[in-house]
Design a protein around this ligand. Structure first.
Ligand SMILES: C[S@@+](CC[C@H](N)C(=O)[O-])C[C@H]1O[C@@H](n2cnc3c(N)ncnc32)[C@H](O)[C@@H]1O
Length: 210
């Protein structure tokens, strides 16, 4: 999806919000004429990202800050992306507003979050309801939720893709995959690509700023 957003970009300024060790940002930093930034509020995560950049010999601008109030100028970025971030905010609106502020008109956002209609996500929601989910607040999204949120913040949804299986006996999606994929690999790949955003564990959406 990141590739799709950058398909026609020559030079591009790119930011990963909540980058952690910045695996994706480091991959992008290896490509073409991209100026890549990673922002996180954890010094430990930024130290890991810096070590990765050093080892790989990649240029990555690391910034310590809050994704709801970044230090960047308005309309700076061609692409802003996040993975495993938005679901941790009971109120994600400030993150959406900040993305809207720092992305150029016509620029892109990629948002990657847990997908609602998946057995693992539903089990997680059940445990969160009972108060025994150990990893703190986490929400989940359908494609329709993401389209609505994006529209409300001045973005248009261009594409949605699902990915990921938790595995184990409770995961009927993984059982179906293991039963069918070996016999119908192309058919399974089609199902994932076409409909996976509605049943796989995570969903990533490509958005364009209006
Ligand atoms: C689940 S990790 C994902 C890391 C990375 N995107 C990845 O996929 O490996 C979420 C990251 O978001 C960062 N984070 C959470 N809330 C933040 C905030 N308000 N401002 C900046 N970073 C934040 C955390 O420190 C953590 O590194």
């Amino acid at each position: 999806m990141l590739e799709q957003a950058l398909a026609n970009a020559g030079r591009a300024e790119i930011l990963e919000l909540g980058c952690g060790p910045a695996g994706d940002a480091l991959n992008l930093a290896a490509q073409r004429n991209f100026q890549v930034y990673g922002l996180d509020f954890s010094t430990q995560a930024l130290a890991q990202a810096a070590a990765g950049a050093r080892v790989l010999g990649r240029s990555l601008e690391l910034v310590r800050g809050d994704v709801r109030r970044t230090p960047f100028a308005a309309e700076k970025f061609d692409l802003v992306f996040s993975q495993g971030l938005l679901e941790h905010f009971p109120d994600p609106d400030p993150v959406w507003r900040e993305m809207q502020r720092i992305i150029k008109p016509g620029g892109y956002a990629v948002v990657d979050v847990p997908q609602t209609w998946n057995p693992y996500t539903l089990a997680k929601a059940w445990h969160a309801c009972k108060g025994d989910w150990p990893w703190g607040w986490e929400t989940h999204y359908t494609v329709a939720d993401l389209r609505r949120a994006a529209r409300g913040h001045g973005f248009r949804l261009l594409a949605a893709r699902g990915y990921g299986y938790r595995g184990g006996w409770g995961d009927v999606t993984d059982l179906a995959r293991r039963g069918l994929q070996p016999f119908f690999p192309a058919g399974w790949a089609y199902l994932e690509k076409k409909f996976g955003a509605h049943w796989m564990m995570n969903v990533a959406v490509l958005l364009q700023k209006s």
